[in-house]
Design a protein around this ligand. Structure first.
Ligand SMILES: Cc1cc2nc3c(=O)[nH]c(=O)nc-3n(C[C@H](O)[C@H](O)[C@H](O)COP(=O)(O)O)c2cc1C
Length: 344
């Protein structure tokens, strides 16, 4: 953890109206509403992204199920998937009415399902379509509209490929561009491999920021700690953590003091579990299951005495039919809290 609060004004960068120095990445199957509620207990200020939701699903599916969230999650950004400007605009408008603080367009996801729908990372090849989508979304909503993209796909040269997407979306009014600093290879790699195999190229994202000093450029990909995040913030405007935030959520406990000037404070794990137990009890009363909530908490005490037993309880006992929130307390009791709190 860095010693002092990061002060964006201390660098030479222009102060921008969109100010989100730290975000948790959109992750399908992971950053659902229960995960976001849990992450929000650890950081009051991080921008939290939803899983990607396909625009067609919002237009034709069960909106309440797809878009409902807890008011505590703000600021929360909805990520949309799609490539039809009219549908994206209509979906964005519905999402704005649900109270989302930002609408983001996915230009980075490489899964087969996404490729067959010609959206996600494939859109890196058609920057004019991405720009049309952003223009339509901007004209439909008043909240920020942002894009998350790769530096390129397949054999594209990341120089012109990323510049074309960036120039197009900013000309269309985008408020921010978050860049996963590696290519997606659309043939032959699984989505998981596409988050690991193509090499990271942070310099490409720094170069984009240097070329567009008055635009918000955020960086994502392979960032493991708040120290690393603070280093990136010397070069770009925002940092987005995905797997590190999900796998070791305790990292989020330092976000507010590191990036938002909040006084550093040890995490009160008993208070956190009070809140999560209350939340889980309400979820179970509404026909949910404890595991929907508990599964996101499994990595919390990573590396501390008792963490193995904690994980076991949350991943086995919490899955049993009828499991109640008392399982969370049982799991917490397995951890040596004196050490966990000291390390927060
Ligand atoms: C399980 C999982 C699901 C993901 N789903 C999405 C998604 O819905 N939309 C998206 O833009 N990126 C998605 N990603 C990619 C992440 O947002 C992020 O770009 C990537 O994991 C690299 O960042 P990291 O190294 O900090 O994890 C997903 C990643 C994971 C691990």
């Amino acid at each position: 953890m860095v010693d002092q609060a990061f002060n964006p004004q201390s660098s030479a960068k222009v102060a921008l109206p969109y100010h989100h120095p730290f975000a948790v990445a959109p992750m399908i199957d992971w950053t659902d509403r229960h995960c976001r509620f849990f992450h929000r207990q650890l950081s009051a200020r991080a921008l939290l992204y939803t899983e990607m939701v396909v625009a067609d699903a919002i237009l034709h599916g069960d909106r309440d199920r797809l878009l409902a969230y807890n008011a505590a999650e703000h600021p929360v950004a909805l990520q949309l998937g799609g490539s039809d400007p009219l549908k994206l605009a209509a979906a964005a408008q519905i999402a704005e009415a649900f109270g989302y603080d930002e609408i983001n367009l996915n230009v980075g996801c490489p899964s087969d399902r996404v490729q067959s729908g010609t959206f996600g990372a494939c859109l890196m090849k058609v920057p004019e379509v991405v720009a049309d989508c952003v223009a339509a979304m901007k004209s439909a909503v008043s909240v920020p509209v942002t894009v998350k993209c790769r530096i390129g796909v397949d054999d594209q040269d990341p120089g012109p490929a990323l510049d074309a997407v960036a120039d197009g979306v900013f000309a269309a009014g985008a408020d921010a561009l978050w860049v996963h600093a590696r290519k997606a290879w659309l043939q032959g790699l699984s989505p998981k491999e596409n988050r690991e195999v193509p090499p990271l190229d942070y310099d490409r994202v720094y170069a984009l920021k240097a070329r567009l000093p008055d635009r918000f450029i955020g960086i994502n990909g392979g960032i493991q700690s708040l120290e690393e995040a603070a280093n990136h913030l010397e070069m770009v405007d925002g940092v987005m953590l995905g797997r590190a935030a999900y796998g070791t959520p305790a990292v989020l406990a330092g976000v507010d003091s590191t990036f938002f000037g909040a006084p550093p404070a040890p995490t009160d794990y008993r208070a956190l579990f009070e809140t999560m137990a209350d939340y889980a009890t309400r979820h179970i009363a509404a026909s949910g299951r404890l595991s929907h909530v508990a599964r996101h908490m499994v990595g919390l005490f990573h590396g501390y005495p008792g963490a193995r037993r904690y994980r076991q309880i949350l991943s086995t006992d919490a899955n049993r039919p009828g499991a109640g929130a008392e399982i969370l307390w049982r799991a917490l009791d397995a951890v040596d809290l004196s050490l966990a709190s000291a390390a927060a």
